[in-house]
Design a protein. Sequence first.
Length: 181
Amino acid sequence: MLLRILPFLLALTLTSCTGERVSVDLEHASIRSIPHSKLWPDSKEQRSARDVLQLNISSQTELLSYFRERDKQLQVRCSVHGNSNGRDYSGFAIGPVPELSGVTSPPFHYVIYSFIDLEADDTEYAQGKPASTVDLKSTPFESLTCTLVGVEKAPVPFLRSTDLVVSSKTFHQLVDAASGK
C-alpha cells in the first residue's frame, strides 16, 4: 500500500515547491536608516531608526494585485548564502511597498526593507528563538538573496519571483557608502 502512495506523495511534494515565476528586477540596493514607526506603523514601541538593506525593485506586473487575484499571501523571504560558519540564516523583510501610489501602467516600482538592523537569524531554533544571529557587517558571506513568494496552504504551488541578489562585496560597499567611508 505504501509503495502505491509514495509516488503520489513525492509528486505532491515536488509540485508544492514549484510554481510559476513572476519577473522582478533589482533596480537599486542601498543601506538606509528607516524610522521604526515607518517600518511598523502600528507598533507602540518607541525605537529609533533601524538600518536596513533597501531593495528598489521593478516589475512589468503589478505585484500586489497579481498575488491577491490568485489568493496568495505575498511574503518576502531573504537568506544569507555562503556564510563563513556554514549555518543557514534568514533575514526579515517588509514589503514590497509601492514607491508611488496610483500608477496604472508598467513598469511598477516597489521598495523592500530587508535584513532589519543588518542582521540575519539562524534558521535553527533553540528554546523558541533563533539559535544564533549574524551581524552582516562583520561576518563573511557570499551573497544575500530575497524572493517574493505567494503563499497558500500546501500542496498548492507557491508563486515566486525571480531572485534579488546582492553580493557580499556590493553589500559592504553599500555599508561603507552609508557610513560615509
